[in-house]
Design a protein around this ligand. Structure first.
Ligand code: BV8
Length: 230
């Protein structure tokens, strides 16, 4: 399972990093909520659209590519590999990962907040905020906000993978946002070995079998290469 730390080396700020420029006066947790969207849909949709445009300009890093390599190798062995991500930047898919469970949705899927109709995103910024939809509603990003339920299909797939794996690896996450942070504990309780790769200690560090501190972009490629070539 990956968190924003896996995309940090691609230039995408994590929630923990102070937001830059216009957004530096905001706490992302105050913007990533249905209440914030109801209060100021223009501000919230502008923030998400700027993040969407920034993510589209960023490129997958060595950590994303190592996970895609691991998935291809597992497929070749007929072994199961499941990538669960909290990230909304679609960099795993751009790195070649085929099966990605997006627990928190995606910046690249917007829908009408009234009708739920999925709308097409322009290649560049929407420009008007909040964007309006063909049915005359207001568009929202297809991400899961704090206080919103995670998509049922993603939860079911993540439950199944975490509950039946031999090894659960948590990479680049502060392990404080639930229910995502619970999957490591679910895997541990189901008998999996657990590994954490993160730049700093987290609440999961004392639970896992192994905790490696450092950059995902350095550790994951080395770990996957060693596993594949061993
Ligand atoms: C839910 C999408 C049921 C949006 C995100 C009170 C009321 C309501 C809910 C709650 C409540 N109390 C608790 C909750 C539950 C709440 C929650 O967990 N809150 C936390 C803050 C305590 N969860 C929810 O609301 C979830 N829904 O519970 O529904 C419900 C419904 C109603 C009422 C009650 C319950 C929904 C949570 C999803 C929120 N959406 N993202 C967007 O992107 O804008 S979460 C978002 O923040 C990210 O997706 C990520 O998962 C999370 C944390 O962000 P970051 O810290 O940036 O990232 P990350 O955690 O990955 O940390 C980065 C780590 O990487 C750091 O440790 C850093 O050291 C490390 N790192 C940095 N660089 C590197 C690195 N590591 C390695 N290499 C590097 N180079």
């Amino acid at each position: 399972m990956t968190g924003a730390g896996v995309s940090a080396e691609s230039g995408i700020p994590t929630f923990r990093d102070a937001l830059e420029g216009l957004w530096s006066r905001f706490d992302p947790q105050d913007l990533a909520t249905p209440d914030a969207f109801r209060r100021d849909p223009a501000l919230v949709t502008r923030w998400y659209d700027e993040r969407r445009i920034n993510c589209a300009k960023c490129r997958p890093n060595a950590a994303h590519k190592a996970l895609a390599r691991w998935e291809r190798h597992a497929a070749g062995l007929g072994a199961r590999f499941t990538l669960i991500t909290q990230n909304v930047d679609r960099l795993h898919q751009r790195a070649g990962s085929r099966r990605v469970i997006e627990l928190h949705g995606s910046l690249f899927e917007w829908r009408c907040a009234q009708s739920g109709e999925v709308i097409e995103c322009p290649p560049d910024a929407f420009g008007d905020y909040p964007p309006t939809t063909p049915s005359g509603g207001v568009a929202r990003p297809g991400v899961v906000w704090f206080g919103e339920m995670l998509p049922d299909d993603a939860v079911a797939a993540a439950d199944d993978a975490a509950g039946s794996c031999d090894l659960f690896v948590s990479v680049g996450t502060s392990a404080v946002v639930y229910p995502a942070a619970g999957y490591l504990h679910l895997a541990d309780a189901a008998g999996a070995r657990t590994l954490e790769i993160n730049r700093e200690p987290t609440p999961a560090s004392g639970v896992v079998n192994w905790s490696i501190q450092g950059n995902a972009g350095d550790i994951l490629p080395a770990f996957v290469a060693a596993a594949i070539e061993s």
